[in-house]
Ligand binder design. Structure first.
Ligand SMILES: [Fe+2]
Ligand SMILES: [Fe+2]
Ligand SMILES: [Fe+2]
Length: 413
């Protein structure tokens, strides 16, 4: 029972992380989920004992794209000469990120080579033939499956067969072709009717995850959760340069304020984690709105406000994080009840959310944004004073001002 629960932590964290990576503005590409399902099925033909590893590698294979404006899944014909550095090295960056997650080191080298071709014309290392692990080739084929599907919506099975056959000896080895061919009609039917259909894909993913074997080498305890949450923060902050380091600073200020208010133990840990994830839902907000230099119009505001609900929904999809959803999502509520998403007022807003709101304001006022320059700590204090009791909880504002004063931040720029 405990093992099953451990598996749920692992699966839900990675499935949600890959979903976060696959947002392009408000559009959800479902690229990683599709690659994971297809890679697992191809690996079932080659070595079923490792199929679950290919599933995880599929979920995380593009984790290195953080900060790239256009997801590689939107470039069906990636040619070496028109690759930006971000695109060219995303497999290497991704493998480094994955290498830091306890228990997942083994999939890192497969991810590093997922754009290599056996004829040496892939990227970034131009590896050839057997120097490319068969599991990297599986990822390549599953990735290409999604790209083909995306490029030609009406692709028939025979078109797909023909396409992959024509890539043998160039992109893939003959062994890969054998594996693809041996997928029986049930499997191919599955790809066509369940994997391609975005309405059915989430159910398919859930079904596969429920059936995955327990991975004893991964212990999804606190250290594992923190390692994965760290990647969530990297993805959030990479979304645009104005918020670089914002998630970490808001977490640090939230810890300071919580401690000053006597909060400790599990509650402190939850607030710290929720603060780190407070902008998670912004991953689904278009950059044109996040980066807008002037004030937002009514329609843009409506889109912007949705991020609080997205934050809660994304966090709630990972059961082990259930205590964090409201702390992060309600950090946009105002003490006077004029905030969003639910218009909660005063103490009805969880204390953690009220703390994160103040920490968020401290960093937002202090740092440069698209709509304003960086301001001094002195200005932060006067702005916080103005918002005390209306926007923010006065007892938390008092602590923030006391902290800024005691730390002599006020004397700095
Ligand atoms: Fe990729
Ligand atoms: Fe990909
Ligand atoms: Fe924020």
């Amino acid at each position: 029972m405990i093992q099953k629960a451990n598996n749920n932590v692992l699966n839900q964290l990675l499935a949600t992380l890959s979903l976060v990576i696959d947002y392009q503005g408000s559009e959800q590409l479902f690229h990683a989920w599709r690659v994971a399902v297809v890679a697992k099925h191809i690996c079932d033909e080659i070595n079923p004992n490792d199929a679950h590893w290919l599933f995880y590698a599929g979920l995380l294979h593009d984790v290195g794209i953080t900060g790239i404006e256009n997801h590689p899944a939107q470039h069906p014909e990636l040619k070496e000469h028109d690759l930006s550095d971000g695109l060219r090295y995303h497999p290497v960056i991704g493998s480094k990120i994955v290498n830091e997650i306890p228990g997942l080191k083994r999939i890192a080298p497969w991810i590093r080579d997922h754009h290599e071709w056996i004829n040496g014309k892939g990227f970034p290392a131009h590896k050839k033939e057997q120097s490319i692990h068969i599991y990297s080739q599986i990822l390549r084929m599953a990735d290409d499956y999604d790209l083909r599907f995306r490029a030609g919506k009406g692709l028939s099975r025979s078109d797909l067969y023909e396409y992959f056959r024509s890539r043998i000896g160039r992109e893939f080895s003959p062994q890969m072709w054998d594996a693809f061919r041996s997928l029986d009609s049930r499997d191919l039917g599955l790809f066509y009717f369940e994997v391609n259909d975005e309405g059915k894909l989430p159910h398919k993913l859930k079904e596969i995850m429920e059936d995955l074997p327990v991975v004893h080498s991964i212990k999804p305890g606190e250290a594992f959760i923190d390692a994965v949450l760290k990647i969530f923060g990297i993805v959030i902050d990479a979304k645009h340069h104005y918020t670089a380091g914002h998630s970490e600073r808001v977490r640090d200020y939230s810890i300071v304020l919580s401690k000053r208010l006597g909060i400790k133990g599990r509650e402190l840990k939850n607030i710290a984690r929720a603060a780190y994830l407070h902008d998670l839902g912004k991953i689904a907000t278009p950059l044109s709105i996040l980066d807008k230099a002037g004030p937002l119009n009514k329609q843009e505001w409506e889109i912007m406000r949705k991020h609080a609900v997205y934050t809660m929904e994304l966090i709630d999809s990972v059961e082990v994080l259930w205590e964090l959803g409201t702390l992060a999502g309600y950090s946009q509520e105002r003490y006077d009840g004029k905030g969003y998403p639910d218009g909660l007022k005063g103490d009805a807003i969880p204390i953690g959310a009220r703390i994160i709101a103040v920490a968020d304001a401290m960093d937002a006022i202090k740092t440069k944004r698209s709509y304003k320059d960086a301001l001094s700590w002195k200005t932060v204090v006067s702005e916080l004073k103005k918002s005390s009791g209306n926007r923010y909880d006065p007892s938390i504002i008092d602590q923030a001002i006391a902290y800024i004063t005691e730390e002599k931040l006020r004397n700095r720029a």
